[in-house]
Design a protein around this ligand. Structure first.
Ligand code: DQA
Length: 156
């Protein structure tokens, strides 16, 4: 069975392509999703996408994914990265591996973007590699999931 991965995007990421293109690029969220669909398929994974501007909806979705057997997620929490203990708790409580992705290099930007509430409960963080960061996150997750599979019992 193919593993199911999720790509989660927080506030204002629905406006990719229009929003500060000098910082976030000109590709839209739809462009990103179709490129990620191709990557997931080449990695042998199923993929679902979710974006919201409402924090509670993201918390609900994480719980739903965890209960539904999702194998791991790439998440760009947007500004909630820097504000949300609730999101950190949802990620920590999910039991799923997460990779935090930022399109921009948050460490080159304003000091308030340097702190992440969520990074400490994710396997790792990719920041500043543009939309390519999401693809690297999927690659990592598939690699991790295949390592976690119990070894096959020796043939008799
Ligand atoms: C972002 C960086 C955040 O600081 C910002 O609030 C975003 C996007 C990024 O992808 O670079 O909304 O997560």
């Amino acid at each position: 069975m193919k593993p199911l991965l999720a790509v989660l995007n927080g506030p204002n990421l629905d406006r990719l392509g229009k929003r500060e293109p000098g910082v976030y690029g000109s590709a839209t969220l739809e462009d990103l999703h179709s490129a990620l669909r191709a990557t997931a398929s080449s990695l042998g994974a199923d993929i679902i996408f979710f974006q919201t501007n409402h924090e509670g909806e993201l918390l609900d979705k994480i719980g739903e994914l965890a209960d539904g057997g999702c194998a791991g997620a790439a998440i760009n929490p947007g500004a909630w990265t820097h504000t949300s203990v609730a999101l950190r708790d949802a990620i920590a409580g999910s039991g799923m591996p997460f990779v935090e992705v930022h399109i921009s290099n948050v460490h080159k930007r304003e000091p308030f973007r340097h702190h992440s509430y969520t990074a400490g409960v994710c396997d790792g963080v990719i920041s500043g590699l543009g939309q390519q960061g999401y693809h690297f996150a999927l690659e990592y997750l598939v690699h991790q999931i295949s390592r976690e599979k119990p070894p096959r019992s020796p043939e008799k």
